[in-house]
Design a protein around this ligand. Structure first.
Ligand SMILES: Cc1cc2nc3c(=O)[nH]c(=O)nc-3n(C[C@H](O)[C@H](O)[C@H](O)COP(=O)(O)OP(=O)(O)OC[C@H]3O[C@@H](n4cnc5c(N)ncnc54)[C@H](O)[C@@H]3O)c2cc1C
Length: 374
């Protein structure tokens, strides 16, 4: 962003301080904008804290422009780690994936081939090599092909949010947590003017960023906008273990496992998610996750179930991000996306640049809010 090309967006309220709001606000504040972060709860404790949190593009092959955006997201993380330091949030140790049936195995090798053709690093190892070189605690069969994506990572979302907001506040941004936005006041031309907050106060603003994740359609409705969102809950469990037996994120058959920093491991599985709406208790879902994890990493069978939460993926109706200005509501911007852990830093950079310069980046062309009519 060239300093000479910047406009003044006035006072910007970033509504929602998960990974996406934190990234947008940090970029705005670095470029001198007046930023107020507002969160109904505590920064980083929304879905950002209940995510598998795998920074990747290997799972994003459905549309090339979406894959490219995710690749840019991974690069933006590396850049961010250089700028603010990687400690306690950035774990770039790659990702492992293998299967236990021939059809799924053929599919994952085909995907690895496609990705390699797109210039994305993908290596195929045997299970024996993986146990010897990378993950000694796994039960993966010795001859099984295991795809290793060396450029992928996992991210401690809550720590990253804390770091970004802390920096923004140190350079003049304001943080109001435990306060919800209840209403948005607009002028005759539809432009945003004021926010009504749950503590009874009003705030004059020129710009708002809707970064409220799973609650984004409620905030959009305050300006009369219909932002359709899918309903896709997921259950995540944290196990406490004296010694963490895995070193990186992995998709094993029937279970996803990753470390989570000090003495804990995170588990998730799409198969378990499918049971959420059957009325199964979260505690039982957690036991099922631990059972599946034990087949892959026997040591996890004795680990204590520390926390379990059902969280909702923030997915706009067609499955893709909604990022950018809404021309019918001047001053209102959306930053709503699944894969927000991967995409947060790149969405933060692109949206802040759009707010500050008025220019729309081509990389967001397929992900504009206008595709959902008002
Ligand atoms: C099970 C599961 C697995 C996932 N796995 C991955 C993965 O491996 N990789 C990946 O990239 N992504 C993954 N995701 C998606 C990713 O976690 C999300 O896209 C990302 O965390 C969204 O961040 P956010 O900042 O938009 O939302 P959030 O972190 O939810 O932040 C939104 C904030 O808005 C606040 N808020 C809401 N309403 C209001 C209001 N009215 N006023 C003020 N504040 C408000 C909330 O308190 C919250 O703090 C996963 C999600 C789930 C559920």
């Amino acid at each position: 962003m060239e300093a000479g090309s910047l406009r003044r967006p006035g006072r910007v309220a970033v509504i929602g301080v998960g990974v996406i709001g934190a990234c947008v606000g940090r970029h705005l504040s670095r470029h001198g904008a007046e930023v107020i972060f507002i969160d109904a709860g505590r920064p980083g404790e929304g879905v950002t804290n209940w995510s598998f949190s795998w920074a990747n593009a290997s799972n994003k092959t459905a549309r090339k422009s979406y894959f490219d955006l995710n690749v840019a997201g991974m690069a933006a993380h590396r850049e961010l780690a250089r700028a603010i330091g990687p400690d306690s949030w950035w774990y770039p140790h790659g990702h492992l994936r293998w299967a236990d049936d021939p059809a799924a195995e053929a599919k994952l090798l085909e995907t690895a081939g496609l990705l390699a053709g797109w210039g994305y690093r993908a290596e195929v190892h045997t299970g024996a090599e993986v146990r010897r070189r990378l993950e000694p605690a796994l039960t993966v069969p010795g001859e099984a092909p295991v795809v290793f994506y060396p450029d992928e990572a996992w991210v401690h979302g809550r720590h990253l949010v804390g770091r970004l907001v802390g920096r923004a506040v140190a350079s003049g941004a304001e943080l109001r947590s435990g306060i919800a936005v209840r209403d948005i006041g607009t002028g005759a031309d539809g432009s945003v003017r004021t926010l009504a907050l749950s503590d009874g106060s009003r705030l004059d603003v020129s710009t708002v960023v809707n970064a409220t994740g799973p609650d984004a359609s409620r905030i959009a409705a305050l300006i009369g906008r219909n932002l359709p969102m899918r309903r896709e809950p997921g259950v995540v469990t944290r196990l406490g273990c004296a010694q963490v037996p895995v070193h990186r994120a992995m998709h094993a058959p029937h279970i996803e496992i990753r470390p989570d920093g000090d003495g804990s491991v995170v588990l998730h599985s799409r198969e378990t998610d499918a049971l959420i709406d059957t009325g199964e208790e979260p505690a039982e879902l957690a036991r099922l996750l631990r059972q599946a994890a034990r087949r892959v990493v026997p040591e996890l069978g004795n680990a204590r179930i520390a926390q379990t939460r059902v969280a909702f993926r923030p997915i706009p109706g067609d499955g893709f991000p909604s990022v950018g200005a809404v021309p019918s509501a001047p001053g209102y911007y959306e930053a709503v996306s699944h894969s927000g852990i991967t995409l947060g830093p790149v969405i933060g950079r692109l949206l802040a640049s759009e707010i500050l310069s008025g220019e729309r980046d081509e990389m967001l062309a397929d992900f504009r809010p206008e595709r959902f009519p008002r």
